[in-house]
Design a protein. Structure first.
Length: 162
């Protein structure tokens, strides 16, 4: 009789292990599927908020909460091509171009270059300030149809769609 109980107990134990292994495998597969769904949803959201190759014009800049309205005669523009990871635009006098790459903090512009025209001193001063802010930009979002770019040091630039 003891061998029967031993075989029965062994069989029952192995059955439980097999059931648990199947349940664990199903749970693991469900978790993996959910993770993939969440990853895809996150990518979809990122894609939805990315500005496509669209041109923006600077409307204000400065410290967050204390922005100065840009009132220059020549527009300062920014074109961000998220697919090609490139930017271009006008600093108010000179045209500029560069690349962009994502970082853990957001993104950064790389390989910046520009034409070298001479313009009135006030235009050049504004362009220089804009280019310095652009090179320190590290994040952006779109609110109410405006591109709001975060800049190191608690600054922002706000752009309207052209």
């Amino acid at each position: 009789m003891k061998p029967f109980y031993l075989v029965f107990t062994l069989f029952f134990g192995l059955s439980l292990i097999a059931c648990n292994s199947g349940a664990e495998k199903q749970a693991e597969e469900a978790v993996e599927e959910a993770a993939e769904t969440v990853e895809q949803a996150a990518e979809d959201v990122k894609e939805a908020v990315k500005p496509k190759a669209k041109t923006w014009k600077l409307v204000s800049y400065g410290e967050k909460g204390q922005l100065t309205t840009y009132e220059g005669e020549q527009p300062i523009t920014l074109k961000m091509d998220m697919k090609e990871q490139k930017i271009s635009g006008s600093g108010g006098c000179n045209n500029y171009f560069g690349g962009m790459e994502t970082t853990e903090q957001g993104f950064r512009f790389t390989g910046m270059g520009s034409t070298k025209k001479a313009c009135p001193a006030e235009v050049m001063k504004m362009e220089d300030m804009y280019m310095k802010m652009l090179q320190k930009a590290n994040g952006f979002n779109i609110e109410d149809g405006q591109l709001i770019m975060d800049v190191e040091g608690g600054k922002q630039m706000v752009f309207a769609s052209m």
